[in-house]
Design a protein around this ligand. Structure first.
Ligand SMILES: Nc1ncnc2c1ncn2[C@@H]1O[C@H](COP(=O)(O)OP(=O)(O)OP(=O)(O)O)[C@@H](O)[C@H]1O
Length: 790
């Protein structure tokens, strides 16, 4: 005990009790509850006063006389308070005072930030005075309405500015209140009325009217609606409001006190609570209008129904032909036995087109020995397309893929309807088909980020491209994705013309959205490079790292459209017959494609390039390096297989949609989902018959190469932006093409050309490697002199 006492003493000398105006937590609770109850007492007194004031008149002067009773619910206190605040004071408006006191108590009790309390009091008193003066007009009919204060103030105002003047003053104060306190503007009221009107009209716009709109598409009545992500989002997405956010509470601080120190008050330094910026424009906009919805312009857009796709496997379940399995197994075992390889265990997985036999060899058998027997096993099974995977990655087994006698078609319908695809939370989900274990294979194009497809003619490339495009049509709203289609064969992608105004993007001056002419491809690719540069600028200004972040910010209304910001749809560039293009246009297409492939992933431009001839002069090193995701249908030689996959295997496929997919690591064998031309036609017809945007999505304009690139450039051949560019360079005193790209929103090629022209004109010095060129003109005067003297 004695020891304890000395401990207390030493502590007491060390920590002198500081005097502070700040209330401790306990004091706040006491003060808060007092004010809260006082407010309630005022409220009850006021209510009761209205019924008892006449009877209680006589008791007012005899407060100390205990024999006198008052009728008020709070007896003489209530009668006195009521008389003071209502009759002598503010009349009916005195209730505001009771509310303010209660609220103050509440704020102290729960230790809420006091800043909003000040504004409550300020505006509360104004409201109280306003009503008091307003009811002052009726003082002769009922003096209680406005109270003495109301009557006197009203009278005072009328003496100077008359009744009309007083009314005008009251109207003005009311406007100030609505504008400053409630932040109401005529636009907001207009918007509110408009949204109400829309809500009512959309309620009337029932399914009937939708059916009427597309009645001639003939697919409506009995189609099964797929659960569409966007629709769900509409319903579920809560609108974020600052008011609904819980206010930050100071973390409770637990202080362990020894018992005998009970008298000691620990001074807890209150942390300054950060006020939320109510004026934050984006929060306010979201509060008022909700998040930006890119699909609003085509809000009635209906996704194609699954019924438009054909079910090729109707009635056919996965039939396992026991006889075939047994036969194949015996042959594999026998062949291996002939080479003195014993098997410990064998297991079969029956896929849509091939069956995988997994073998566990006896201990001590070399894997390479089995791998070398590929041809012998194929011979003994008398089957094409045998692929040996030794060992299967992730498993301690050796796989032998043997084609089934009766291959099954994988319908696009089953792939689209699979939960894996339907529930895919991806930016650009693609379903390619089914794996050997009959699982639907779904990948995100946005993550690939570009796809290279190769396969000999007739092996399923076009069907594969259609499957990819169909996947996107079933999952993405027209506002979210745009296609740029290049089809030199002129027949494969023509069906997509029907959805030009929904899903396609094109150059401003071109008539056809689907590009079939190789010369136009060059312009389109360069235009996409400009689009890429512009998007990078937007991202930089928005301080977003990629398109997903940028669009999220835009939806939250954090980016101002007046600064050029807009919702950015993904752009998918599909090039069929790439070999043909490279052969005719060479470097001119290779350079922009390589540039796009290197840089475009972050800004949402993704490339899908298909080719028949996967030779090295078509798929060059630079292109290969930037296309980590590859699909190989059957190719004719091992060399081709190596070019596309960096390993053999594609030459052993069996065709008709049998494919290998890699994303840089292991190969996955997939049976591509089959979607036939009539099905694609039905889908595009269905989409095409709906309300569309006025035009296809516009790509930036690209001025072609006509100007020439030599340094002996004629002054008349200069780019139209030559003068602007010269001014930018001279002002910034920095001779770089990327500066021009940014400032004038140009593509790389055009900016480079202008720099050449500036060099020829003597504005900038020659190319100096990684350094920016020297600017040879010091100021604007010098520039004008130089150009005038030419
Ligand atoms: N996934 C698949 N399932 C079943 N059959 C398929 C599949 N893919 C393609 N086929 C069959 O192969 C035929 C040729 O396919 P496709 O037209 O896609 O070949 P391609 O590689 O585009 O040929 P080309 O390069 O000559 O245009 C189709 O008509 C179809 O009968």
């Amino acid at each position: 005990m004695a020891r304890k006492k000395t401990k207390t003493k030493t502590k007491a000398t060390k920590q002198p009790v500081k005097f502070s105006f700040k209330l401790s937590k306990q004091q706040k609770i006491v003060l808060g509850s007092f004010l809260f109850l006082l407010g309630l007492a005022l409220l009850f007194s006021f209510i009761s006063y209205f019924f008892t004031w006449q009877v209680d008149q006589s008791t007012l002067d005899s407060f100390s006389d205990r024999s006198m009773e008052s009728q008020n619910w709070l007896n003489k206190f209530g009668a006195g308070i009521g008389d003071f605040f209502i009759y002598q004071g503010f009349g009916l408006a005195a209730f505001a005072l009771a509310v303010l006191v209660t609220l103050t108590g509440f704020y102290y009790f729960f230790d809420k930030p006091k800043k909003s309390l000040q504004s409550f009091w300020f505006w509360g008193i104004i409201v109280m005075l306003w009503f008091s003066v307003f009811f002052g007009f009726f003082a002769d009919k009922n003096p209680l309405l406005g109270g003495m204060v109301g009557f006197e103030l009203n009278d005072f105002l009328q003496d100077f500015i008359g009744m009309i003047g007083t009314i005008l003053v009251l109207v003005f104060v009311a406007i100030v209140y609505f504008a400053v306190r409630l932040k109401l503007t005529p636009e907001l009221i207009g918007q509110y009325l408009k949204s109400k009107k829309q809500a009512i009209s959309s309620e009337f716009n029932t399914d009937d009217s939708d059916e009427r709109e597309f009645v001639d598409t003939a697919f409506d009545k009995d189609h099964i609606e797929l659960p569409v992500e966007e629709d769900l989002e509409d319903i579920e997405e809560p609108v974020l409001t600052t008011k609904s956010q819980p206010e930050p509470k100071p973390a409770p601080l637990e202080v362990n006190k020894p018992e005998e120190e009970e008298n000691f008050e620990i001074e807890i330094e209150e942390t300054v609570e950060e006020e939320e910026l109510v004026e934050n424009l984006s929060t306010k906009l979201v509060q008022d209008f909700g998040e930006f919805d890119p699909t609003l312009e085509l809000s009635n857009y209906k996704f194609p129904s699954i019924e438009l796709l054909k079910d090729y496997t109707k009635g056919q379940s996965i039939t396992i032909d026991q006889e075939e399995l047994e036969e194949n197994k015996n042959r594999i075992v026998d062949t291996l036995k002939n080479y003195k390889i014993d098997i410990a265990h064998i297991k079969a997985t029956v896929g849509p087109t091939v069956t995988l036999y997994e073998i566990v060899p006896e201990a001590g058998v070399r894997i390479s020995k089995i791998k070398n027997l590929e041809d012998d096993i194929a011979l003994s099974l008398s089957a094409l397309g045998i692929r040996i995977i030794a060992p299967i990655p992730g498993k301690g087994t050796i796989g032998i893929e043997v084609p089934n006698k009766n291959a099954r078609i994988v319908s696009m319908r089953s792939a689209i309807a699979s939960p894996r695809f339907q529930n895919a939370e991806m930016e650009l989900p693609l379903t390619l088909g089914k794996t050997i274990s009959n699982e639907t294979f779904v990948v995100d194009l946005a993550k690939m980020p570009h796809l290279l497809m190769a396969g000999a003619t007739g092996q399923g490339k076009s069907v594969g491209l259609n499957a990819i495009l169909t996947s996107l049509l079933y999952k993405k709203h027209p506002a979210e994705v745009k296609f740029v289609l290049v089809d030199p064969k002129k027949v494969e992608l023509t069906l997509f013309n029907k959805i030009e105004r929904h899903y396609l993007a094109k150059l401003p001056d071109s008539e056809e959205a689907i590009i079939t002419d190789n010369a136009k491809v060059i312009n389109t690719l360069n235009s996409l490079c400009i689009e890429m540069d512009q998007r990078y600028d937007l991202l930089k200004n928005a301080m977003a790292r990629n398109i997903k972040e940028y669009n999220a910010k835009f939806k939250k209304r954090k980016l101002n459209p007046n600064d050029g910001h807009k919702f950015l749809p993904y752009i998918v560039l599909v090039i069929d017959e790439f070999a043909d293009l490279i052969m005719t246009a060479g470097k001119e297409v290779e350079t922009p494609i390589a540039r796009l492939a290197q840089l475009a992933r972050a800004i949402g431009i993704h490339l899908i390039v298909a080719t028949q001839r996967p030779s090295v002069n078509v798929i060059t090193g630079i292109i290969k390096a930037n296309f980590p995701a590859r699909i190989a249908f059957r190719v004719t030689s091992k060399i081709d297989s190596r070019t596309i996959l960096d390993s053999q295997g594609a030459d052993q496929l069996i065709g008709r949609g049998d494919m290998l997919f890699t994303q840089g690591n292991s190969l996955v064998r997939i049976q591509c989902a089959f979607v036939d031309t009539p099905e694609v036609e039905k889908i595009t017809d269905f989409i095409g018959s709906q309300k569309a945007y006025p035009d296809a999505h516009k790509l930036p304009e690209y001025v072609g190469e006509e100007g020439g690139t030599g340094l002996d450039i004629d002054a008349s051949d200069r780019d139209v932006l030559f003068m602007d560019a010269a001014e930018v360079i001279v002002t910034a005193q920095q001779g770089s093409a990327s500066l021009l790209q940014r400032k004038l929103k140009l593509g790389y090629n055009r900016a480079g050309r202008i720099i050449d022209q500036l060099e020829a004109a003597g504005v900038v010095g020659p190319f100096e490697g990684s350094k920016a060129r020297q600017v040879l003109v010091n100021d604007m005067n010098g520039l004008h002199q130089l150009l005038n003297n030419e």
